[in-house]
Structure formats: structure tokens, C-alpha cells
Ligand binder design. Structure first.
Ligand SMILES: [Mn+2]
Length: 340
């Protein structure tokens, strides 16, 4: 495994000197950053004559259709044989915006087998097995993988292959993962890069509309219900949480992506520094965590809830019922908060 640097970028560049078959693997429950990064890379490589396929383990939310070439996404769970074949035939495999096998869904079962050169580009803390990747560009301090992808293009000095489609995809990734340029990890460089991307003609109004003004009535009513009836606050320990059962989700005709961002609401209350959002799934409880200041939910999710992510935004799973998941969280949350 080698970290990609300016010193060895030629080694990576040489891999692309002739047309290659490339597969780009995005993470499960795909979001704007993994798909924006994936399709930015896709268009940039296609513009240089490479043959690229972008895959995810499962379906993305419809509002990400603003990402150019979205319709070319191949869903692994729907096309297992074709995907396996493409992954095994690929000369280069990019893993984008994730590095834990648990984020790869069923692709995780095959990822160690193919012979293709594997390149990881990511902004999560790395827990992957040392020998899985040939090249790694991983910067946990950067707000979005899409920003790192842009850096990667700059290291290549091949900015001429950036076009409006590339810029639109990367802009979407940075916009969504930086929560509209508000996270602590959003820096001057983030805004400079966003500015450069806009100069390629990105229609940011269309992206905003697609992502933030494209909700169903059911989604908004579900949010109302979640905030009004299901949000619990513990003011002593400065945390809040929301939980939703399968039944409640069904009542509001839940669609993939509908609860995106719900976890952020408790954190908008003065004095709350830790938020959790529990969703009941068929076989487990899905949990998202958000925090402020020095409350590290990445380590928390990793230690206690089979997950991980970033210090202020992470996710995990609990294998058991919803009540027990919440109970476990309530037992552990005060310690996490008292630690700081
Ligand atoms: Mn990301």
C-alpha cells in the first residue's frame, strides 16, 4: 500500500497512460458525496478515453438525479452477475468515500479477490486491512471526498479533462457533505474549490432545488411527526434523540432518503451537543449520530454500535430491538459527554 503524494503521482498517472477498464465503487446507502465523487471521477476518466462503470451496493435516493450520468449507475443487488464480472475484469478499481468492508454491502464479499489495481480515495478514518489497496489518498480532515477527488485531478495536472459534468458532480458532493458549507471541516480551500467548480458553469440553483426543495409531502409530515411526537431531550446530559419504527415509517409511505438529515434537528437546540437518530429495520436498528465540539461520535459508534464515520458525524447498527438500542445509547451517552 502506498499513499498517493506529489512524489509518486507519476506512478499512478502511468496506470492511465493507455485506455483502461475502470470500476468505481461507491458505498451503500449512497449519498451526494459518494455519487458526486464517483461520477466526477467517471466523467473525468471517460473524457480521457477510459471505460468506466460506477456501482453501488443498493439504490440511491432519487433527489441525487441532479448528478450527471446518474442513470448509468449500476446497482449491485440488482445486477450481481454483471457487476461481479465487471469487478473481476477491471484493470483499476476505485473505492470512493468509504473504506470499511461493512460499508460495501455485498461487494465486500468479493472485494479482496479481483486482480485489478485498487485505489482508495476517502475522507473517513481508515480501518481497512493494510493489504487491500495498492494506492491510498485518505484525508479525514477534509469535509468531502469530492474535494479530495478535485485535489487528485490537480495532482495529475489534468484539469483540462474537467468539464461541466465533472464540476457539477463534485460540487454536489462538497455541498451535501459539508452540509451546505457549514461543517467545522469546511475550510477556505473548500470554498476556493467550490468557486473553481462553479466557474465551469455548474447550475447550482438546479442542484439546490433537486436536493433541498424536492421533498414529498409525506417526507415533510414524517419530519413533523418525528419532531413533535418522537424527539426526546435530556437536558442534564445535553443530548437528544429521535426514533422511528417500521410501522411509523410505513404510515408515512417512507421512501429511501426520506429521513436524511433528521438527526441534525436535535442539535439545533441550544445546549444540545449530541444527537442520535434510530431507525428500525427488518434485522437491526440503524443509528446516526451527530455532535458538536469535542464529542467524538466516530469512536463512540465504532466502540459500541458496530459503526464509525467522522468525529462529529457517524453511524452504526444495533442488533436487537429498538427499545434496547435506545436503552444502550442512554446508558452510554452521559459518559461520552462527561469525558469532555
Ligand atoms: Mn463523504
Amino acid at each position: 500500500m502506498k499513499n498517493i503524494t506529489f512524489e509518486n503521482i507519476n506512478e499512478v498517472r502511468n496506470l492511465f497512460s493507455i485506455s483502461k477498464k475502470v470500476v468505481v465503487l461507491c458505498h451503500k446507502n449512497p449519498d451526494g458525496d459518494t455519487l458526486g465523487s464517483g461520477f466526477g471521477l467517471y466523467q473525468w476518466l471517460e473524457n480521457q478515453g477510459h471505460k468506466v462503470d460506477v456501482m453501488t451496493p443498493d439504490f440511491p435516493p432519487e433527489f441525487l438525479r441532479c448528478i450527471p450520468n446518474f442513470e448509468k449507475l449500476i446497482i449491485f443487488s440488482q445486477n450481481k452477475e454483471i457487476c461481479r464480472q465487471k469487478i473481476f475484469e477491471a484493470e483499476i478499481i476505485f473505492v470512493i468515500d468509504h473504506n470499511a468492508i461493512s460499508r460495501m454491502g455485498e461487494i465486500g464479499d468479493v472485494i479482496s479477490q479481483p486482480k485489478g489495481i485498487k485505489i482508495l480515495i476517502d475522507h473517513h478514518e481508515c480501518y481497512f486491512p493494510e493489504n487491500l489497496f495498492d494506492f491510498v489518498l485518505c484525508k479525514p480532515e477534509v469535509c468531502a471526498t469530492a474535494q479530495i477527488i478535485f485535489d487528485f485531478f490537480r495532482m495529475f495536472s489534468e484539469q483540462k479533462f474537467i468539464d461541466k459534468n465533472v464540476a457539477t458532480a463534485l460540487f454536489t458532493g462538497i455541498l451535501t457533505d459539508s452540509i451546505s458549507f457549514t461543517t467545522a471541516t469546511t475550510t477556505a480551500e473548500t470554498l476556493q474549490i467550490a468557486g473553481i467548480l462553479l466557474s465551469y458553469g455548474v447550475e447550482k440553483n438546479l442542484i439546490y432545488e433537486s436536493i433541498y426543495e424536492n421533498f414529498s409531502e409525506n417526507r415533510l409530515r414524517l419530519l413533523g411527526f418525528a419532531l413533535n411526537e418522537k424527539m426526546i431531550l435530556d437536558k442534564e446530559f445535553h443530548y437528544g434523540y429521535i426514533s422511528l419504527t417500521i410501522k411509523e415509517l410505513e404510515k408515512y409511505n417512507y421512501n429511501i432518503g426520506d429521513t436524511e438529515g433528521f438527526v441534525n434537528y436535535p442539535l439545533t437546540i441550544k445546549g444540545i451537543i449530541l444527537s442520535a437518530f434510530f431507525t428500525e429495520k427488518k434485522d437491526f436498528i440503524k443509528i446516526s449520530f451527530r455532535s458538536r465540539g469535542n464529542v467524538d461520535v466516530n469512536v463512540f459508534a465504532h466502540q459500541y454500535f458496530n459503526g464509525g464515520g467522522h468525529p462529529s458525524a457517524a453511524g452504526g447498527k444495533y442488533f436487537g430491538n429498538l427499545e434496547n438500542a435506545i436503552e444502550r445509547f442512554k446508558q452510554l451517552a452521559p459518559q461520552l459527554i462527561q469525558k469532555i
